[in-house]
Write a protein of this length. Sequence first.
Length: 131
Amino acid sequence: MSAGLDTEEAIACQPMIEKFKKIIQFIKEVSKDERIPERDKKVILVMVALVVSPIDFIPDWIPIIGILDDIFIMALVLDYFFTVLDSQVLLSHYPFGMKSFIALKKTSRMISWITPEFVRDRIWKYKPPVY
């Protein structure tokens, strides 16, 4: 028995690896977009780092309540991308189809109800262009 992946497992993982590469490329492109204020980029980076790091405001080992801080932070990030940020900015970098964009936007809107407007206004500096 080998410690590595066999050929079938490697083939099965290929689509997931490709999606992950696209997501990384998407993040890189968005982070370089001049239309997004530098402060907003830094805030998003810190928020994502907080979600993936083992350090939490509320320890995860506390049942149900332990993941609330992570959910709230992710709701803020999704709210920024799909409510605050102009869709054209996001779509100019989005690596997947419009169908997945719309589905993600709907999901984001369902989650974003937990982000109070006064928090959103205080954190984000991006203002969409007036057409």
